[in-house]
Design a binder for this molecule. Structure first.
Ligand code: FES
Length: 169
């Protein structure tokens, strides 16, 4: 598992995609019939670039795709996969939907809360971990399921989680 390293996005300054992200966006645009249709993947590039999508980043996406900032904002607040606040180097995503709930997701979550000393939506003081709750991530048959960054971990239990947390930079 790799550690996520993000470009720094200065607060209050216009966001500018670095050249590699800009090249990705150009490739994405070449596959869509209109610029506007590429909104979701371009927002994903923004999130992978900065780790989250600030107002400035959303405005830059709107400018590139010739959309209104309000339209981009509406999409951002509809889809829960976009981070609207800064996150730690590792995003711990706990599924608490019904199958995972019945398989002990609540206890797992509580274990992690105690271990890291943070609550849902918070980031550890060292910037390593952010804990969030998510809806079903399609791992119900191996519940309780969780994702750490882009990787599934299932079925998860407190000792496996401890080992993973230890191993991550
Ligand atoms: S309910 Fe948790 S993965 Fe589906």
């Amino acid at each position: 598992m790799t550690s996520r390293r993000y470009a720094v996005l200065p607060a209050g300054r216009p966001a500018e995609f670095p050249p590699d992200a800009r090249a990705r966006i150009e490739r994405i645009l070449s596959r869509y019939p209109t610029k506007q249709a590429a909104l979701l993947p371009v927002l994903w590039v923004a999130q992978e670039t900065w780790g989250w999508i600030s107002r400035e980043a959303a405005e830059e996406v709107a400018r590139i795709l010739e959309l209104s900032p309000a339209h981009v904002s509406g999409v951002l607040t509809f889809y829960t996969m976009y981070n609207l606040e800064p996150v730690g180097r590792h995003l711990l995503q706990f599924c608490t939907s019904i199958s995972c709930h019945l398989a002990g997701a609540g206890g797992l979550l509580e274990h992690c809360r105690r271990r890291l000393g943070i609550d849902l939506g918070q980031t550890t003081a060292d910037g390593r971990f952010t804990m969030v709750e998510v809806e079903c991530i399609a791992g119900c048959d191996r519940a309780p399921s969780m994702m750490i960054d882009d990787a599934y971990h299932e079925p998860m239990d407190p000792s496996k989680l401890d080992a993973l947390l230890e191993s991550l930079p």
